[in-house]
Design a protein around this ligand. Structure first.
Ligand code: SF4
Length: 504
């Protein structure tokens, strides 16, 4: 019989969701009382140990399904960052917020205050269904085929604190969007619902088995047309098939992408239909429009007449509680108070009447977080890196800012945004494999000392012609990497044909 990983044994001993009472107990007894196995289970409540693990500090992810944040929620998220997290509130590539510097003693109040505004860190991490992502402009976007927001909330409710699905082989990431530009980055999710048509009827195609990390896979289309009212049962069925058949022996071979790669889409569908006890309509046509990296800067008309959404740049996704309070204030003053976080680590103010757009654009906050950012800073994505992450090999956010500002200074007015992504380790929280230019952290020995370095890859992207980027340069020293990328961009400028994008 195959041997289970040590994490599997921990989960058998006590389910991740069962650690809540212990968190409350540790909040009274302090950091030193924490059982080592419970540090792993804390992830089911969105809590990770911060670097170094010997210090009594934690990171926490707070879920924002579909990136949809109300005024009241944004205020609470910001106040908690200021009160407990030294003011930091990072927007992640799954539209969540990540805190740092939390203490175990803080957790009960954080849970309570989030719950009071309908928010939760529960299952933001762990071997569970994670924060469901969507198009950042779901329900607003004139291009979407239909509104998926209710389904996003139904999925959140279905899996939240649900012990039927609280012990999956590994994390499980879902994207639901009906936008033909693939704003929900479907191909890199474990399960994605994308827009499709069967004749004039609009529904979903189902993609399974996507994911990044050290071995990136693009999700495969199951080839069925799923009606909107059938979507939840299909999602639940896919998660159940993964729970029952996913691999549990090695953590780095446990994501559903490995099962799908071994089985193929056809067998996965057979098992899924047998599990649900019915078959689904074959065919339909997936709907595509050119992928834009899910960048939505500037002012856009919503499908609701007279309303607009305004996309703003948050360099590498880092803001403070005070800045988030300011965003909430202007969202309320000029819109209806709602905000949207994006999978490109940016922010959107929706529901701004035509008559308020000019006044919103004149707000001083937008000088710092502009609707039309410079080409490189405006398309730079970064994971957490070794500032806080125990798995990181290198520092990432400051390095990415240094690179992007350098490129903006070197190529002022650059006309064709180049998406830059950086990861501090092979885990790909910064999604480097889908970048035009991706940086993967590594270490290199220079004059006897280990120093930050980066492997450079080029040519990634999603959409109809999704592909991962390819490594072109290995282990460039951290302080030289901006010059290496400058050389790549110069080469592109010198050799591009008319209208040729960086990726093509
Ligand atoms: Fe940490 Fe690696 Fe994820 Fe970066 S990619 S946040 S270094 S685990």
């Amino acid at each position: 019989m195959a041997t289970l990983s040590k994490e599997e044994l921990l989960k058998i001993e006590k389910d991740g969701l069962d650690v809540l009472a212990d968190i409350h107990r540790y909040a009274k007894e302090g950091f030193d009382a924490i059982d080592p196995g419970d540090f792993v289970r804390f992830k089911w409540y969105g809590i990770y140990q911060q670097k170094p693990k010997t210090d009594p500090y934690f990171m926490m992810r707070v879920k924002i399904p579909g990136g949809m944040l109300t005024y009241e929620q944004a205020v609470v998220v910001a106040e908690l960052a200021n009160r407990f997290g030294r003011g930091l509130a990072d927007v992640t590539t799954r539209q969540a917020i990540q805190y740092h510097w939390l203490k175990i003693e803080d957790m009960p109040e954080i849970f309570d205050r989030l719950a009071a505004v309908g928010m939760s860190p529960i299952q933001a991490c762990g071997d569970v269904v994670r924060n469901v992502i969507s198009s950042p402009v779901a329900g607003l976007d004139a291009k979407e085929l239909f509104d998926v927001r209710d389904l996003v909330w139904e999925v959140e409710k279905k899996f939240l604190s649900n012990k039927t699905y609280s012990n999956l082989p590994r994390k499980f990431k879902i994207s639901i969007a009906a936008d033909p530009r693939d704003l929900g980055h479907p191909e890199i999710n474990d399960l994605a619902l994308v827009p499709a048509k069967l004749g004039e009827e609009v529904g979903y195609h189902i993609l399974v088995g996507g994911g990044l990390s050290a071995k990136p896979h693009l999700a495969q289309n199951l080839g069925i047309f799923v009606r909107q009212e059938e979507a939840l049962e299909v999602i639940e069925g896919v998660v159940a098939v993964y729970r029952d058949h996913g691999y549990r022996e090695k953590r780095n071979h446990a994501r559903v992408k490995f099962l799908v790669a071994d089985w193929g889409a056809e067998k996965f569908l057979d098992v899924l239909e047998a599990h649900i006890g019915r078959t689904y309509t074959r065919g339909g046509e997936r709907q595509f429009e050119p992928w834009n990296g899910a960048y939505l800067y500037g002012v856009h008309k919503q499908k609701q007449a007279g309303l607009n959404f305004v996309g703003l740049s948050l360099p590498v996704g880092r803001i403070s509680g005070d800045i988030l309070l300011e965003f909430a204030r202007i969202a309320k003053k000029y819109g209806n108070g709602d905000l949207r976080t994006t999978n490109t680590q940016n922010i959107i103010i929706p529901n701004v009447p035509d008559t308020n757009v000019d006044a919103l654009l004149a707000e001083p906050l937008l000088l710092q977080f502009p609707p039309q950012p410079t080409a490189f800073v405006g398309h730079a994505v970064s994971c957490t890196g070794n500032e806080f992450c125990n798995l990181a090999l290198v520092e990432t956010k400051e390095r990415m800012k240094e690179i992007a500002y350098h490129l903006d200074e070197t190529f002022p007015g650059f006309d064709n945004p180049v998406r830059l992504h950086v990861n501090g380790c092979p885990n790909q929280c910064g999604q480097q494999a889908i970048a035009d230019i991706g940086l993967a952290g590594a270490l290199v020995r220079i004059e006897g000392k280990m120093q930050d370095a980066f492997d450079i890859s080029i040519g990634g992207g999603l959409g109809e012609h999704a592909q991962f980027n390819r490594k072109v340069v290995l282990k460039v020293a951290g302080d030289k990497v901006k010059y290496a990328i400058e050389a790549i961009v110069r080469h592109y400028l010198a050799h591009r044909t008319e209208g040729e994008s960086f990726r093509s």
